[in-house]
Design a protein around this ligand. Structure first.
Ligand code: URA
Length: 240
């Protein structure tokens, strides 16, 4: 693959723009400046440095964002800034999409990718990929509420009760809930159906992959092959 083409594929602008960028001497391959746009590169293990910023070549982009509160999972947000404003422009240019949505006030693990098949696998209710949430409630969590969440609660507009895959109290007001689907406001509505109210909601895991404690709110990182495998690990291997 030509260097300029590799650069373009990573979201660094038009073909012409990438050619000019390479010619200007702004691009290094594995640390060595190359000003020939037609220089052949091997994408495997390729690391580009563009204007001093190092960028690993990725055929598809899989990224993890620690979503802070106060951001909308929309490219056209209405009342709050967009989570996309927390990502660098090459990822936006590659058109990465949120893998399911979190409410503006929900924090935690949010995936973004430009791989449509991956997005489908992670979000399709048929695949049943487990999503693990930690909900802090306004009132104490009762045993009756935990039983109801495990056995199924009826939500408006749903034909049948929906049960959590797992549900446990972490302290008097906090519970951890594992769901197989991602319906609109699902956690808040399920907990409301038990007569309680969610005050804070945090997604801690998807599949067997947990949000790393080292990733600060508002920060993002690339996902590696082992992370992707953990994400797609079917329930009941999910852990928080
Ligand atoms: N359930 C909710 O109610 N909100 C979220 O953001 C995610 C799951």
């Amino acid at each position: 693959m030509w260097l300029a083409r590799a650069l373009q594929s990573q979201g660094f602008g038009s073909r012409k723009g990438c050619v000019l960028r390479v010619r200007s001497g702004a691009v290094s391959i594995n640390g060595v400046v190359c000003d020939d746009p037609e220089h052949e590169v091997d994408p495997a293990g390729l690391e580009l440095t563009i204007d001093g910023v190092t960028w690993p070549y990725r055929e598809k982009a899989y990224v993890l964002l620690h979503k802070p509160a106060g951001y909308e999972c929309s490219q056209k947000p209405k009342h709050h800034p967009s989570v996309y404003s927390l990502l660098p422009s090459p990822l936006i240019e590659r058109d990465v999409q949120c893998v399911g949505r979190l409410d503006q006030d929900t924090t935690g693990l949010l995936l973004l990718s430009d791989d449509g098949q991956f997005i489908h696998r992670m979000t399709s209710p048929k695949k049943g990929v487990a999503k693990v949430y930690r909900a802090t409630c306004a009132d104490p969590v009762t045993d009756a509420a935990l039983d109801a969440l495990r056995n199924g609660v009826l939500l408006n507009d749903e034909p049948a009760p929906i049960a959590a895959l797992a549900c446990e109290a972490l302290d008097t007001h906090t519970l951890q809930l594992t769901l197989a689907e991602g319906k609109y406001h699902q956690v808040k509505r399920m907990i409301a159906a038990t007569g309680n109210r969610v005050e804070r909601l945090h997604r801690v895991a998807i599949g067997a992959f947990s949000l790393p404690a080292t990733l600060a709110p508002g920060s993002w990182c690339w996902l590696e092959a082992a992370d992707l495998q953990q994400l797609e690990t079917p329930w009941p291997s999910a852990k928080s």
